[in-house]
Design a protein around this ligand. Structure first.
Ligand SMILES: Cc1ncc(COP(=O)(O)O)c(C=O)c1O
Length: 420
């Protein structure tokens, strides 16, 4: 296994991008093997430099930095619009970096969840990330105050009997079954727990056929899989940038709003000055005039240090490019899948889709008698991965900074544990 891994690494045209990141160090001075980019991505080498530049410009220019800084703060969020648009398959006008993910999901639902007494249900995937569950439930409760009691507003879709993920045909059938009552479908593009990459174009199409709105949480999809939000006609999306996008803890989120929803006065929206028409914003008018792009959803002027860190990461994505990263990601998870089969029978059950097109850069394993100690033991052996109660390990080889050798060492580490 190790020899094959080394050969694959030698042939890997993206291997050099490993040098662009900083790795946590083990007590013995060796870098950890970091397989946790689905939780928090590693620090791009340039992140510190770019943040330092802003600190220096703040020192040098004070408030004038909004215009005089090397990267002026007034339009700073615009510097990331094009690279973000490339990542999610949108037009630059359709994306904007702002706030945090759950905040943005609420802001977007304020616009796009428009329940009526008859059509008010929200479809989410079973085992959606808890924050999404809280967000949709609280939105339904909030609207219920005006519409009267909304009975069972949340429809969760779970895998059918004997399966570990939801087949597209089952999803489509589920929507057909509930076609008169669904107002919104809001799913994770890649589910955080089992790593399933949903068939977004098919599900989006069916959602529109039944007269509902389609939104996506791309926390585990942005920078992980190839997305074409504009072409797929997705209504809205949001993502965080601290996972595969490596922008650092609590890094700035992004949103996508399809251009078909731009410039419409009938869309309700929570408003703030940063969403106001740029040419009159500083005349401080009392009436809000929205920018006629996704920027209309901005409320506040953005956090420059967070945007600086994100810039450092997006520059790497632009050089590596998503199609190449996706190809390597598929190879990495396939390699991992194959070699996990060499573990003692019954020790680890993979519950991520076997079809490589239906998963991102993550395999989720149900481990026999697993507990947190096991992840501690792996860490002791120089491997960082993620544990979810009660017995799940998620392993995420990020194609920008993980190698086939990393995957092989993870399998060796598990094997050591399995064999006691
Ligand atoms: C799928 C998903 N949705 C929402 C969140 C919450 O993100 P935030 O705390 O940035 O709002 C996370 C965080 O990991 C997530 O994985």
């Amino acid at each position: 296994m190790m020899k094959t891994a080394q050969q694959l690494d030698t042939a890997d045209e993206l291997l050099m991008y490993r040098e662009e990141f900083l790795y946590p160090m083990q007590p013995n001075g060796e870098p950890y093997i970091y397989l946790c980019g689905n939780s928090l991505g590693l620090q791009p080498r340039n992140a510190k430099k770019y943040i330092m530049e802003e600190l220096e410009d703040w020192e040098k220019f004070g408030v004038e930095g909004h215009f005089e800084a090397r990267h002026p703060w007034l339009p700073y969020h615009e510097f990331v619009a094009e690279p973000l648009a490339r990542l999610v398959g949108g037009k630059p006008d359709e994306v904007v970096a702002m706030n945090s993910l759950t905040v943005n999901l609420h802001l977007l639902m304020a616009s796009f969840y428009r329940p009526t007494k008859k059509r008010y249900k929200i479809v989410i995937e079973g085992h959606a990330f808890p924050s999404d569950q809280y967000a949709v439930a609280s939105q339904a409760r909030f609207h219920g105050q005006h519409l009267g009691d909304l009975a069972d507003p949340i429809l969760e879709i779970f895998p059918s009997e004997g399966r570990s993920y939801v087949r597209t045909e089952d999803f489509v059938q589920f929507l057909e079954q509930h076609k008169d009552e669904v107002a919104l479908v809001l799913i994770g593009g890649v589910n955080y727990l089992n790593g399933q990459f949903f068939d977004l174009p098919e599900i989006c199409k069916k959602t529109h056929d039944i007269g509902a709105v389609f939104g996506v949480d791309l926390a585990h999809a942005a920078g992980n899989v190839v997305l074409k939000l504009h072409d797929w006609q997705v209504d809205f999306a949001s993502w965080c940038s601290y996972k595969y996008l490596n922008s650092g803890p609590g890094g700035i989120s992004g949103i996508f709003v399809h251009e078909k929803h731009h410039g419409l006065t009938e869309i309700p929206r929570f408003e703030g000055w940063w969403g106001h028409n740029k040419s009159t914003r500083f005349k401080m008018p009392s009436e809000f005039v929205p920018i006629d792009t996704a920027e209309a959803w901005q409320l506040s002027n953005p956090p420059i240090f967070q945007l600086a860190a994100l810039r450092a990461s997006l520059e790497i994505f632009d050089r590596a490019t998503m199609p190449r990263l996706r190809k390597k990601s598929e190879q990495l998870t396939t390699f991992l899948w194959e070699h996990l089969q060499t573990l003692p029978k019954g020790f680890a059950t993979i519950f991520t889709p076997e079809d490589v097109a239906r998963r991102g850069s993550q395999l989720s394993l149900k481990i026999k008698d697993a507990n947190r100690e096991m992840v501690g033991a792996l860490r002791h052996d120089g491997i960082i991965c993620d544990f979810r109660e009660p017995d799940i390990i998620r392993v995420a080889p990020a194609p920008l900074y993980n190698s086939f050798t990393d995957c092989a060492l993870f399998v060796e580490g598990l094997k050591k544990y399995a064999n006691g």
